[in-house]
Design a protein around this ligand. Structure first.
Ligand SMILES: Cc1cc2nc3c(=O)[nH]c(=O)nc-3n(C[C@H](O)[C@H](O)[C@H](O)COP(=O)(O)OP(=O)(O)OC[C@H]3O[C@@H](n4cnc5c(N)ncnc54)[C@H](O)[C@@H]3O)c2cc1C
Length: 394
């Protein structure tokens, strides 16, 4: 017997890592899926991502656990996709030269260990043994988080699209969603696009930073903050890091921020500064050269590569920094899927979205803190108070 819920037509708007994963999960459940993107799939925030899979930088414990669950799902998620997606495990190392920063590192390790997270303080000698290619310099404290890793968002998006081709689905690229036609109950009946009108049963909004504007067309308020980030690339190199894929190195003592780096599946390095949510807008060649020269101080093997600047990437960033997932009261067949850390979270959020959409259930025990309604009736003062500390008002 066919389940009528699973013969529904679901339009997923946005083919970044979040939308493509949801589209694939829903199509695999038997729904007819139309995936729409105004540009090339994967070319939004997903193409700017440092793509570090982690739960260590996530608080409070509920959000940490959501990220951790997703981190642990990654191997099964990629096996189900049946394609190479650039997954690499081996953990993350970070260290501090400054004694105050070292105390903060140790306090973070204590907290994470009390949550049962596999991270620990390591000696300078252990650090050097973990990654012999690094010139570590002075160490006041160092941390090794052994279960973290990396993926390549574009490879994930491409794998989802390949899987979709074998299912009941269609992909529309270069097609922008402009507006929605709704009935008296607020349900979306028609999606107006630059190409044609679409009449789905359910609409998933996975449009990253554009979600605020599109949701408003269905009378749904989703507040986002501005969160620009810059992660440069280099020309390709043979493998330089042998054990640990993700490295966070301390400031060089010149007032500039710490450096993070990882080597991609194609041999290129990605290099950024600050932490995962630091604001950065300098995407010039001079800044790229500067990031590379600072990274080379720690990884001398980078000395002769070329720094390739990458334009500023804008993180999809709900105002309080937490995911925004679920059907909306104003438009009952509109499902919002907006999140920061979408690379880490794609396996779990796509699974939960498919569950809620295909089975008509509410996974409230997990998603209650992340519902779109939390933005509905905010006053300006509450908006000011809610803003994520590492972001600016849009
Ligand atoms: C600099 C930077 C570093 C990051 N580092 C990490 C990290 O280390 N680890 C981690 O887990 N996360 C990281 N993130 C966050 C992560 O990359 C994002 O959360 C994730 O890529 C979001 O994916 P998405 O599919 O929601 O959005 P996007 O990739 O932006 O996709 C949205 C898509 O919607 C399409 N779209 C928009 N409007 C319309 C419309 N009207 N009609 C049709 N299509 C539309 C766009 O073209 C786009 O393709 C980082 C992000 C940035 C910018």
């Amino acid at each position: 017997m066919t389940d009528s819920r699973n013969s529904r037509h679901v339009a997923v708007i946005g083919a970044g890592i979040v939308g493509a994963s949801i589209a694939w999960r829903i199509a695999a459940r038997g729904c007819q899926v139309t995936l729409i993107d105004k540009a090339e799939p994967g070319s939004g925030a997903s193409s700017h991502s440092f793509a570090w899979i982690n739960a260590g930088a996530k608080e409070p414990i509920g959000y940490h656990n959501l990220n951790r669950r997703s981190l642990e799902m990654w191997p099964r998620f990629s096996a189900a996709l049946g394609d190479e997606v650039g997954l690499r495990w081996g953990g993350k190392i970070s260290w501090e030269a400054n004694p105050d920063a070292a105390e903060q590192l140790k306090a973070r390790v204590d907290r994470l260990q009390s949550w049962g997270y596999p991270t620990r303080v390591v000696s300078a000698q252990e650090l050097a043994e973990l990654e012999p290619a690094l010139e570590i310099g002075p160490v006041s404290a160092a941390e090794y988080s052994e279960n973290e890793g990396q993926a390549e968002p574009q490879m994930v998006v491409d794998a989802c699209l390949r899987r979709l081709r074998g299912l009941e689905s269609s992909l529309m690229t270069g097609v922008e969603v402009l507006d929605f036609g709704r009935d008296s109950s607020g349900r979306i009946r028609t999606i107006h696009t630059t190409s044609q009108d679409i009449e789905p049963d359910v609409v998933v909004l996975a449009t990253g930073t554009d979600t605020t504007v599109l949701a408003a067309k269905a009378d749904v308020k989703i507040h986002q903050a501005q969160s620009p980030g810059v992660v440069i690339r280099t020309s390709p190199l043979p493998p330089l890091l042998n054990h640990v894929p993700v490295v966070y190195a301390p400031p060089l003592g010149d007032g500039r921020r710490e450096i993070h780096l990882r080597q991609c599946a194609d041999g290129r390095f990605m290099i950024g500064e600050g932490d995962q949510e630091s604001l950065a807008e300098d995407d010039t060649q001079a800044h790229a050269d500067d990031l590379l020269s600072r990274a080379s101080c720690y990884l001398p093997g980078l000395a002769d590569v070329e720094a390739i600047p990458v334009p500023v990437g804008w993180r999809p960033m709900p105002l309080d920094g937490y995911p925004t997932m679920g059907f909306t009261t104003e438009s009952p067949n509109l499902y919002v899927a907006l999140t920061h850390s979408g690379v880490t979270l794609a396996p779990v959020l796509s699974q939960l979205a498919a569950l809620e959409i295909c089975d008509d259930v509410r996974a409230d025990a997990v998603l209650a803190p992340y519902r779109p309604e939390r933005f509905a009736a905010l006053t300006q003062r509450e908006i000011d108070e809610m803003i994520h500390p590492r972001a600016r008002h849009r």
